[in-house]
Design a protein around this ligand. Structure first.
Ligand SMILES: [Mn+2]
Length: 262
């Protein structure tokens, strides 16, 4: 497992009064342009609000409902969001994006254009003697075998390369159709908490047996959760921003799940 401290070399110790923020599952672009742009503006208000004391912002996947970088172009839309990320990054705030199951296909646009690294695996963050275990959360733990197989295909280099040769009008159209279809089949409401049987909680406990972390933070579940991995360690799920707008803030000592209301 690769650690990410090299991304945050300046953050081994969080400066006093600075914070680290985590959010996921904005699903920008879905379900329609109109609804997405409302959400995009809300996300931007949040980014501007936290920029006053953010040392780093971790976006843990499904930031876009679909993202694919062609060799010479990127998808239309979300221009305010991209501009805000670039602006915050230029102000010196570290921004780190994790791939989600909806936005698996980043290329070098974010690192080159904005200095934002893209992480495609679970990663550990060490800050102020606290250990975070971070990821999007898709395909982890037991079950979900069909998705695990799909992910192998979707992340295959040749498949990605071939998809890049499909005209964007068709390629992006297909991807949006696929995403809307899965939303229709699975619904937009997350399934209620399964308590101790939450798959990601079990996954965290498995990791925790081998190596201890203070905080486990994931998205994907679309349900804000705070659960004990053991009495000294927590699993947080960041929920989503289509209807809930939750985020996690770490003040150098404690982590707190908070609701954003502009
Ligand atoms: Mn999602």
């Amino acid at each position: 497992m690769k650690a990410v401290p090299e991304l945050l070399s300046s953050l081994g110790k969080l400066p006093k009064d600075k914070k680290i923020y985590f959010a996921s599952d904005f699903h920008l672009g879905a379900p329609s342009h109109r609804e997405s742009i409302k959400r995009e503006k809300k996300v931007i208000k949040w980014l501007q609000y936290i920029s006053k004391d953010a040392a780093a912002i971790f976006l843990l996947g499904d930031i876009f409902d679909f993202w694919f970088e062609y060799q010479s172009t990127v998808p239309k839309g979300q221009v305010r969001f991209l501009g805000t990320l670039a602006d915050l990054r230029d102000q010196g705030i570290e921004i780190i994006i994790f791939k989600g199951n909806h936005d698996l296909w980043y290329g070098d646009y974010f690192p080159t254009e904005m200095g934002i690294p893209i992480i495609d695996h679970q990663a550990v963050l060490n800050v102020n003697q606290k250990k975070f275990f971070l990821g999007h959360g898709d395909g982890l733990g037991d079950g979900d075998n069909f998705y695990k197989l799909l992910k192998v295909i979707f992340t295959n280099r040749i498949c990605k390369w071939l998809f890049g040769w499909i005209h964007p009008n068709i390629g992006v159209g297909l991807a949006k159709f696929w995403s809307n279809r899965s939303r229709k089949i699975n619904g937009t409401e997350p399934t209620p908490s399964m308590g101790e049987d939450e798959a990601l909680l079990k996954y965290c406990r498995g990791i925790h047996k081998k190596q201890k972390h203070d905080f486990y933070v994931f998205g994907h579940r679309h349900l804000p959760l705070e659960m004990d991995v053991d009495p000294n360690s927590k699993y947080y799920n960041l929920g989503e921003w289509v209807s809930q707008c939750y985020y996690l803030v770490f003040d150098g000592d404690e982590a707190k799940l908070q609701h954003f209301e502009p």
